[in-house]
Ligand binder design. Structure first.
Ligand code: FDA
Length: 304
């Protein structure tokens, strides 16, 4: 119930406008958001790189309504890719299509993201297209395929273990050598297309993960679920899967202990670093995943 409550809040416009302006909101969100500016995000990235952790930079924002807003969001990504190249960061970028105009002009979104992938190619980096609600799944997978055909290996997307269609999407992308980030899925989806039970999502996650790490395509195992991470540890040692076949991916501020432990064990780890003033929907989805965070954040807020 709380999950649905926070997911509903994530799309509430008045709450969003109020929270993004309030100091309390910004202070609370700083646990999961690396800062408001590009410079703060880059310094979080450098810090992680020093600890042997790669990064994926995400300039927060989604569902823009005009071309000017989309171009403004895109400009930040070009700035990030410039910095990745000039500062030699171990990083790539993660981008949402609705932040680039997908809601009102899919061709515009594709032109913008194509420009980014071209820039990433020159910077020896990579663009990950985040996966949003199921209304965008097919369009996102198809766009990733077209962009990968132009810049092979420089673009990938995300598949969500809660969707029934994911197994066939995974085969479709693997066949084309496209890199996949596997996550459980963060949106509210109906039972006609997604597993309603968490135990079924977890089971499907493990099945997909085993398929991906034994495929010829490098993949990102994006989860903080220690039971799943342990299952993968056991699977790779039983099946002689090299650690170079995949990396673990986690969100900024979540399970930092586990991130460091995995690095110490020789696994690749990448942290997704969100930043920017439009942190509200992202933050609400993190609370939805673990409502206990509300208590945790409130306690720390009143302590400081
Ligand atoms: P689960 O939710 O079962 O949590 C397992 C454990 O992890 C919890 O018991 C807790 O210990 C810890 N944990 C999880 N979430 C936490 C939180 N918010 N705060 C504190 N602890 C927490 N989704 C999507 O739909 N599209 C996308 O493109 C992406 N991209 C993405 C990138 C990366 C790098 C990650 C790690 C995740 C995503 N996600 C995503 C989000 C994903 O779908 C999912 O909602 C979250 O990762 C939470 O699921 P877990 O796999 O961590 O498991």
């Amino acid at each position: 119930m709380l999950r649905s409550f926070f997911i509903a809040l994530s799309t509430n416009k008045s709450m969003r406008a109020f929270s993004e302006r309030s100091t309390i909101g910004r202070t609370m969100s700083s646990r999961f958001v690396a800062g408001m500016s590009v410079e703060e995000a880059l310094s979080a990235c450098e810090q992680l790189n020093r600890e042997g952790i790669a990064a994926s930079l995400d300039s927060l924002g989604e569902s823009v309504a005009t071309e000017a807003e989309a171009q403004k969001s895109a400009a930040i990504y070009f700035q990030l890719l410039d910095a990745i190249e000039s500062r030699k960061l171990n990083a790539n970028v993660s981008v949402k299509l609705t932040q680039m105009g997908m809601d009102f002009d899919p061709a515009l979104a594709e032109r913008i993201v194509a420009g980014m992938v071209e820039r990433a190619d020159r910077a020896n980096s990579f663009v990950r297209i985040d996966m949003e609600g199921s209304g965008f799944t097919e369009a996102t997978v198809a766009m990733t395929e077209r962009l990968n055909a132009r810049w092979p290996g420089r673009v990938g997307t995300v598949l969500q273990a809660y969707l029934f269609r994911t197994e066939s999407d995974a085969e479709r992308l693997i066949a084309k050598g496209i890199r996949i980030r596997l996550c459980k899925g963060a949106y509210k989806e109906p039972p006609e297309i997604a597993f309603p039970e968490k135990s079924d999502v977890d089971k499907n996650y493990v099945k997909l993960m085993e398929r991906m790490v034994t495929s010829p395509v490098f993949c990102g195992i994006a989860t903080h679920d220690e039971a799943i991470i342990n299952a993968l540890r056991r699977f790779v040692s039983a099946h002689n899967v090299p650690k170079s076949a995949f990396e673990f991916q986690m969100l900024y501020g979540i399970r930092r202990d586990l991130q460091r432990k995995l690095v110490a064990e020789g696994f690749g780890v990448r942290v997704y670093i969100p930043f920017g003033t439009e942190w509200y929907p992202y933050f609400m989805r993190r609370l939805a995943e673990r409502p206990a965070n509300v208590l945790f954040l409130a306690k720390n807020f009143f302590k400081s």
